[in-house]
Design a binder for this molecule. Sequence first.
Ligand code: NAD
Length: 492
Amino acid sequence: MPAPDASATSVQTLKLYVGGKWIDSVATQTLEVRNPAKDELLALTPLGGKSDVDKAAAAAKAAYPAWRATPPVNRIRPLFTLRALFEKRFDDIARTITLEHGKTLDESRSSVRRAIDNIEVATGIPSLMQGRSLEDIAVGIDSYTMRQPLGVFAAITPFNFPAMVPMWFLPHAIACGNTFVVKPSERVPLSQQIIFELLHEAGFPEGVVNMVHGAKDAVDAILEHPDIEGVSFVGSSPIAHYVYKRSAEFGKRVQALGGAKNFVLVMPDAEMDRAAAVSTESCFGCAGERCLANSVVLGVGAAYDAMVTRLVSEAKKIKVGDGLEAGITMGPVISKQHREKVLSYIEKGIAEGATLALDGRGYKDPKNPNGYFLGPTVFTDVTPDMVIAREEIFGPVLCVMKAATFEEAVAIVKKHDLGNATSIFTSSGKSAREYRWHVEPSMLGVNIGVAAPMAFFPFGGAKGSFFGDIKAHGTDAVDFYTDKKVNIVRWF
Ligand code: NAD
């Protein structure tokens, strides 16, 4: 069933998907969803709250007993259909991501591919969800574990990967036998609208998957809801911490993935040309709005000077514009307000004494004069105490820092509060190994720009980038969305 009005040209207020039907939110306030390349209004997101969440949670709760009783082999059948439907609408979803978010079409396509990967992994649930057993834990007594679903789970997701991040969670959760509520980012709800059309078409029973819209009120209603057993959150660190604490207060399972400030350490023995090209792509891809962006290059010794010229020259090659146009390699940032925020960080960097080696502040796209564009910006002579080195900018700003030795570089990375991802560029296996041993970020790249996981590996950060115990996707998803029941059995 298509989402009502999804293809209409007039601006629509989006509906919720609850119990297999598209329904109106009772919200009185809406948020404009605008195309960041053109500043054009695309849709209105209803800013719902408790009443909308109550309906979705009730539908999910009602669907749970029958869904749980559906054998895993049957639960995954609609996921195979969903996968096929994703392929059919692949370009449509990618184009919608670019329209609502601004990233280039290639970047959008990659993120849809990663979403599909997660559906594929979740179809392995009949194998992944198996328990373990041991015969004769004592004479005549056997013991085995089985994994059971828990009930209703919810996902609360950020703006930077509108289609992919909800798919880090939903396929695994429902394949395990839970039912689900998604609250997408209110800023980019349109690709989820298409995905819920596909979920409907895939034939999941009513209430197994649901979608609400909103911001803080909707989030609070999810966190406080007595019928929601657990929450998967992705967003900025302060909100991730809030979601973690609040969920725990209400007795929920929670995994809260937060913000990032990722360092790439470049050793003097690295292949400098490749390190510079890959680091530039890592920092400026998705206009820097990526939790795995390496936004600080830390040059050790002679690597600093070698990297500075190369990074500036690589950054100058970036073509900024509307992500739908061929040849564009960096789109706009998400909103006017975010553009202002990034600009204020650049001003701060100048005031703090960093050298502005490439200034993207004045970038204008003649074809799209109203777009929220910024050119790539490179700061050199950055020191660890500067605000631009400490805080997540989440825009196209690269900071280049110097460390005299490997030990000093490691100390800088260790001192930072956040720990999502990091990379090292080196031709020495020993340096790579030592780096991995010492630093905390849980995604670690060796001669890799974006230390991204695949759906069959776990994903999540460390320190202030992650609040919880069990990470996203891979076999961790099965741990998060199930409880282990231990059976101890004796037959007389
Ligand atoms: P955000 O924290 O502003 O919003 C994330 C979600 O939280 C949204 O659904 C939003 O509605 C909700 N929210 C916002 N303010 C809230 C409040 N006061 N109370 C309750 N809920 C609230 O994040 P964003 O700007 O949408 O996304 C960018 C952030 O997400 C960056 O910090 C980025 O690093 C992070 N991120 C992290 C990962 C990861 O895997 N660790 C992945 C993607 C994005």
